[in-house]
Write a protein that binds this ligand. Sequence first.
Ligand SMILES: Cc1cc2nc3c(=O)[nH]c(=O)nc-3n(C[C@H](O)[C@H](O)[C@H](O)COP(=O)(O)O)c2cc1C
Ligand SMILES: [Mn+2]
Length: 474
Amino acid sequence: MPYKDLREFITQVDALGALRRIAGADPRFELGGVTEVAAGQPDCPALLFDDIKGFPKGFRVFTNATTNPQRAALALGLDPMLRPLDALKAWMQKRQTPRMVAPVEVPRAAFLQNSARGADVDLGKFPAPYWHKQDGGPYIGSGSLVIMRDPHSGWINASIYRVQVHGANTVTVQFDHAGRHGAIIAKKYWDQGKPCPLAVVNGEDPALFIAGFEYLPEGASEYDFAGAIKGAPIEIFPGPVTGLPLPALAEIILEGELLPPGQETLPEGPFGEFTGYYAADKRPCPVMRVAAVHHRDDPILLGSPPMKPPRFHFGLPLRAAGIWSNLEAAGVTDVAGVWQHVAQLMTVVALRQRYDGHAKRAALIAAAQGYMGRLVVVVDDDVDPSDVNDVMWAITTRCEPSEQVDIVRNAWSSALDPRIPADAKERGTTSHSKLIIEAVRPFAWKDKFPPTSALSHDDARAIAKKWGDALKAK
Ligand SMILES: Cc1cc2nc3c(=O)[nH]c(=O)nc-3n(C[C@H](O)[C@H](O)[C@H](O)COP(=O)(O)O)c2cc1C
Ligand SMILES: [Mn+2]
């Protein structure tokens, strides 16, 4: 059964045995520390924090929601028992032709169980964590959805941008670059000298969390995409202040206005990034004045702090699914799988080579589409791209570096890249170079390549099925 909201998702995670309840943690660094340690464990459990130090019981924070393959599959509406690469393939196929489902308005909203307006707004009542030791402040939004309406077309955008708390009714919303849909829409209001109405949704349905991370075309709504993930519409209710459509079952919602930067900005960050580094010092950032805050009884904040790789927000590499379908759309045949490691900084394409140049063709497309990724590896289809040891075996046995390595310069990275020098960033350089490793048997003599002595994946699975019990510790 698909989950209805974050609470039902947590119940399903609990039923899988993957939930740990933590009492007494301090929102200053401890909650983030426990989250990071747990995310590094092999079972990578989801965490529900309650009795948070300094806050009333019931004001909870949920972390590591979708950080392993099983829970990512659950959130995507797939069988959580699928092998990770099979789950990613199923998702790739589902997202290739998503059946968009528009949201439906419902007569009441759970988030209106508690509301405060104007001078009664006090964001200090929510346990917004300081996630990492040198973070510049508490973040209520690390996995929160920012909702805006295009003033001309009415398009509703709902994406994830981080939200730092600066005061009782003041937060900042950080766009990584001017091409973010939220930044594009806000600018349209600002250009008319107006503030941009917006809502910040904290504790949303995991399908919205995933939709909010997807690269959708301008004009497409993440609400419809979340509906496609669930095969059911997202239930919405108009925000009392902004009139924006808001998820009726969300936990905590802020409504207000994003002020024109010419009027006011605040220094935002620093904030530990998904690369495992701080990218920049404090920077001026758009300010949201919060006019109203609504929350469910005993609200749950969905926290998704960036952490040092390999930890990542999603246990299935969702961007790899995008690259996989782009390869297919470009006519590259015989792709057996695409995966990303090191929190999307390394992409691996597995394919069955059919012609000379096939591997490089795939590699160049993957390199072009790899955000901030310095490393692209192509392997043959007997190598599991999701298994980093298998990939390293291919690199060290099938790749002759003097012949099968290329560097592509001035390629897509970002200001978050720790290896681009600060003075270069100041001059506007946010590109880097990408290393392509063709860890495949050279096409011209691939049939003469020494045969592998390893079990095929199919044989290994059959053996495990027949002999697995005999191999278990008694
Ligand atoms: C947990 C998490 C945090 C994110 N934080 C930010 C952020 O602070 N700023 C940003 O511009 N993008 C952030 N992103 C990436 C965007 O959500 C993502 O690129 C999305 O596609 C942008 O949506 P848009 O195309 O509607 O602008 C984050 C993603 C995740 C999963
Ligand atoms: Mn968008």
